[in-house]
Design a protein around this ligand. Sequence first.
Ligand code: C2E
Ligand code: MG
Ligand code: MG
Length: 468
Amino acid sequence: ILCKGYLQDITSRKLAEDNLYRQAHYDQLTNLPNWILLTERLEQALSRFKSESGRLAVLVLDLDHFKRVNESLGHDVGDQVLIDAARRLDRLVGDRDTVARSGGDEFLVLLEGFEGSDYPEAIAHRMIEAFREPFQAERRELVLTASIGLATFPVDGTEARDLIRNADTAMYRAKALGRDGCMAFDQSMVEAVSRQLRLEEALRGALDRGEITVKYQPVIRLPDHRMIGVEALMRWHHPHLGEVSPAEFIPLAEQIGLIDALFDFMTDCVTQDLPKWRSLSRLPLTVSINVSPRQFRNQRFAHDLIQILKQAKLPPSSVKIEITEGVLLSGIECVPDILRELLDHGVGISMDDFGTGYSSLSYLRDYPFTTVKIDQRFIRDVGDDPRALQLVESILGMCDALNIDVVAEGVETKEQVDALIKHGCGFGQGFLFSPAVSADTIEDWLQGEATNGQFTAIDDAELLQQAD
Ligand code: C2E
Ligand code: MG
Ligand code: MG
């Protein structure tokens, strides 16, 4: 009895120890190793490599916009997605590799002892592909993507700490470059990431320091070369960083929660400038404003905008909002309601950068767009590439049938204009006509003091002929 009790003691102690070990080295939710175990394995491998040679790589994988899943569908759904993601990733690696969940929606992968030097990238791409299949959660299909950074021993580091940090830097770079991709670390990224941090710092005070302005790019009715509207585009000039493109600072503003303040500034400018212009023009001018996905989280977005227009005594039909596929892909549930509400009040809805996303067509069916803006990459070749022209033609045919206006973006040559007019494209915008200019310049044009020969701003038959 004594002996048996003693044995029982050992077994339960052993079990307790095992349990402790598991708790300290594995992730409870996914049963994957955690970062402690992964770091231990990484350090063991690195110390082995002091006496023998071998290959090794570290991947950092982060789910894109995972917070939205948690926020909009709840943590239970979020957990299900994480478990499924863990399973997908773990299936893809070899026996000697380790997939760990390092916390939140981030995974760390250690690849060891492989032969070909392209193995790590191949695995990374398979991981990205593994996310193509939608996730099933509560009878819904969720499309999620991931961003991956890759660091390889020994070029990107010989210590565990450096390899993980550099893979992390590369992952941030992949995010900054549009997510849903893999980047291999390279020293220049250290600088790029620190630029990101500098921009972030600088952007926080940019509005207060008066560094942000709004410029307006004319939208031209092609058959008579007349300016019928403008697109409002944000500009940021920083004393040290110089001119920073909105393509760079708008996503950043979204990330750090400044997008609403920028939008308020934008509507302030528009409600000041547009009434002046409308009093000068017989054809009522419209202003298009770009709206970011994040702004649709505000359920009162439509209400607020309409209120702003009312206060400025502007008819809602004098404003269009431009959204990209990102808005429709964002998974924000109230998007259709907001669009409907805006439309019911007469605000126009443009689909921006049409043709660059992968499901643009079905969006045309499902959402009430009044205008489609064909992305400039299709317009670029329209003058000399028959296939590009054919594509534009079919977009035009489709929009015609659906009663949607079409604006060609990025028009730079007379040849493009000719081809576009010939195929019935109603509107164009681009450097051929004008880049974005100040509100004062638009006002001058409307007063008939200036035209640049490519279009006219006022109703003047003679000027129209001159422009031809
Ligand atoms: P977008 O809405 O597609 O705007 C058109 C972009 O094409 C503008 O770049 C414009 O300057 C440029 N562009 C116009 N004509 C030509 C041309 O003939 N050739 C070429 N190569 N480019 C041309 P920009 O101003 O740098 O803006 C980039 C993007 O940033 C915009 O793309 C828009 O998505 C975003 N953006 C700008 N302002 C705002 C804003 O106030 N709010 C939000 N959410 N996004 C904004
Ligand atoms: Mg736009
Ligand atoms: Mg565009």
